[in-house]
Design a binder for this molecule. Structure first.
Ligand code: ZN
Length: 461
């Protein structure tokens, strides 16, 4: 019930803020529309709240992304998963008496206690004695709390989940409080989905039963090669193998994408998740090269290019021909600007027409520049280091600018280059035993994705 209600709310909101096709033309780029920032924030929230409980197996017929066929099919291949574990047995009598309350938006635990008619003093005692005070103070909408009462209505136990993998019970025995925390085993199941973009990526994902969190993950995985703000085309296709996290038979959320194919504008991109020797995971292409690159494709998410690199253009403020030696990304004031790559801050301050500007140096040969910022990130200082993707400042219109945008420059050996087309060094591929392991892991998943494609083809006949 709760999930459905939330699901409806989410969909209603999302309908206004999805990656949408600009028109009905095959070549028309699919653009971001308003509320993109909101979407990202909500995307993060979705990671916590698994709104979408649709089955993972879904295939989309060729006639359109709107039609969906779902079927439960066992995976015949060995994939990383944890075997199901039977739910922890609880005394039947106790289970019946627990009442569960779900946190609503803006609700505090204090408000929840008050609505249950429980004294604030009791909550204070629980907070004081609990080893999980932090988890109780910072509660999230959708979280569930349990209350167990004696026949006279007094509270005898309070139940909460400090994390996905833990369940805490505070027993209230007269004046004494006793906290028990048990570990709960998470199960990971493997699901597949595929879809074709007709109107927007999110509509296609919806039709395929894929959650927004997973689609955001897909955009991150391919984010070095595909600009999801600019490059999406009608007819683009995706197929995924991904994990779903369950707890005691109930789906908590979607987990990691294990393997994905994304066909963008006729180009096929493949990503395979692979564990490196040290326990870290990364995504690799078919040749075993990391998809991660030294530079991000776009330093501002959820933006559109408002002016490209050119040898000469009419300057909108100066009113005369002038080379535009960077790319402009229009975005609302305050949108975070990300460091394109790991580097060192060599300048942070005001520079004429650039207004507030940050210049980063990346290993001596490469320099990136970010202009017209409304303000800088507080932890960005000259001489300090920044990580790729780290927020270094915020979009604004300081200096010579007619509207809020980021002016982004990319220099190689001091010479200005077009950041959208400049050739960047590729990562070294996996080698030796890692490559062997990679081939062994990727082959069955790729075969599975091919099968998904074949199923679609069969469906369209
Ligand atoms: Zn510019």
């Amino acid at each position: 019930m709760r999930r459905q209600a939330h699901g409806r709310h989410w969909r209603a909101h999302r309908a206004r803020s999805e990656w949408a096709a600009a028109g009905a033309f095959a070549t028309a780029p699919i653009r971001w529309q308003g509320e993109r920032l909101m979407l990202l924030l909500l995307g993060a929230v979705v990671a916590f709240l698994s709104f979408v409980v649709a089955p993972g197996w879904a295939s989309v017929a060729r006639e359109g992304a709107g039609s969906t066929a779902e079927s439960l099919v066992p995976l015949a291949i060995a994939l990383p998963s944890v075997p199901p574990v039977p739910p922890t047995a609880a005394p039947a009598a106790e289970a019946i008496q627990w009442t569960t309350r779900t946190v609503e938006r803006g609700q505090t635990l204090g408000a929840l206690f008050a609505s249950e008619g429980l004294p604030a003093a009791l909550l204070h005692r629980i907070l004081e004695s609990s080893r999980h005070r932090d988890a109780l103070v910072r509660i999230r909408p959708g979280q569930e709390f349990g209350f167990l009462r004696a026949s006279d209505g007094s509270l005898t136990a309070f139940r909460f989940d400090p994390s996905d993998a833990e369940r805490g019970v505070v027993r209230i025995d007269g004046g004494a409080l006793r906290e028990e925390v048990e570990q709960r085993v998470l199960q990971r199941r493997v699901a597949t989905a595929s879809g074709r973009i007709e109107h927007s990526l999110f509509a296609a994902a919806d039709a395929a039963g894929v959650s927004d969190a997973t689609i955001m993950q897909l955009a991150n995985v391919f984010g070095y090669d595909v600009d999801f703000a600019q490059d999406l085309r009608r007819g683009d296709e995706f197929a995924l193998i991904y994990e779903q996290v369950y707890q005691e038979g109930e789906k908590l959320r979607d987990g990691a994408i294990l393997c994905a194919v994304f066909v963008n504008d006729g180009r096929r991109h493949v990503a395979i998740r692979f564990e490196l020797g040290d326990g870290r995971y990364d995504y690799f292409d078919l040749d075993g090269r990391s998809l991660r690159k030294a530079f991000l494709r776009t330093p501002v998410e959820f933006s559109r290019i408002s002016s490209r690199f050119s040898a000469g253009r009419m300057h909108p403020v100066l009113g005369r021909m002038r080379a535009h030696r960077g790319v402009d990304y229009a975005a609302p004031t305050g949108t975070p600007i990300r460091a394109a790559g790991d580097g060192k801050v060599v300048f942070r301050g005001w520079q004429g027409g650039y207004g507030n500007v940050v210049i980063l140096e990346h290993g001596g040969r490469y320099t990136t520049l970010y202009g017209h910022m409304s303000r800088f990130a507080s932890d960005v200082r000259v001489g300090g280091r920044v990580r790729q993707g780290q927020t270094i400042g915020f979009v604004g219109m300081t200096g010579l600018a007619t509207g809020p945008h980021l002016h982004y420059e990319f220099r190689v050996g001091g010479a200005h280059r077009d950041p959208l087309t400049v050739d960047l060094p590729k990562a070294d591929p996996l080698g030796g035993r890692d490559l062997q392991r990679f081939r062994a892991v990727s082959a069955p998943m790729l075969a599975q994705l091919e099968l998904l494609g074949a199923r679609d083809a069969v469906a369209s006949r």
